[in-house]
Design a protein around this ligand. Structure first.
Ligand SMILES: [Zn+2]
Ligand SMILES: [Zn+2]
Length: 133
């Protein structure tokens, strides 16, 4: 069981599953949403994800019409994104995890918009946009 929380601690969650595909998304939306060079993200099964406290503090913003970016309305921590057309999956923001995870798959997405001040210094695969399926 993995656990996580937002910066102010009002929202806590648990995930009864395994984090097995970690990616770093360098798209402009993620850069703005995180205030950073990229977002570290992993797909999780919605059915195994539970908000354990602070449900009423969840807020969402839609930069794309079909995708909610969910965050804590008190402290602003980004928690996950959820697409309307893929309700079975959420994409967790890994910085909010309190339980350590061991990465299995890692890659960089949307390197076409990588921040000019950030250098990728690992050997992981880099994709211009989405990982090809
Ligand atoms: Zn919070
Ligand atoms: Zn992104």
């Amino acid at each position: 069981m993995l656990k996580g929380s937002c910066l102010c601690g009002q929202i806590t969650y648990q995930y009864d599953g395994v984090i097995d595909e970690i990616s770093m998304c360098h798209c402009r939306q993620c850069q703005r949403a995180q205030g950073s060079a990229f977002a570290a993200v992993a797909p999780i099964r919605s059915s195994a994800f539970t908000i354990t406290t602070g449900q009423q503090q969840l807020a969402e913003f839609r930069a794309s019409a079909n995708k909610a970016r969910v965050f804590c309305r008190l402290c602003g921590s980004p928690l996950y994104s959820a697409r309307d057309d893929l309700p079975a999956i959420k994409r967790l923001r890994l910085g909010t995890l309190d339980t350590p995870v061991t990465a299995k798959t890692q890659y960089h997405a949307f390197v076409s918009s990588k921040a000019s001040w950030f250098s990728i210094s690992d050997e992981l695969p880099q994709f211009e946009r989405f990982k090809p399926s």
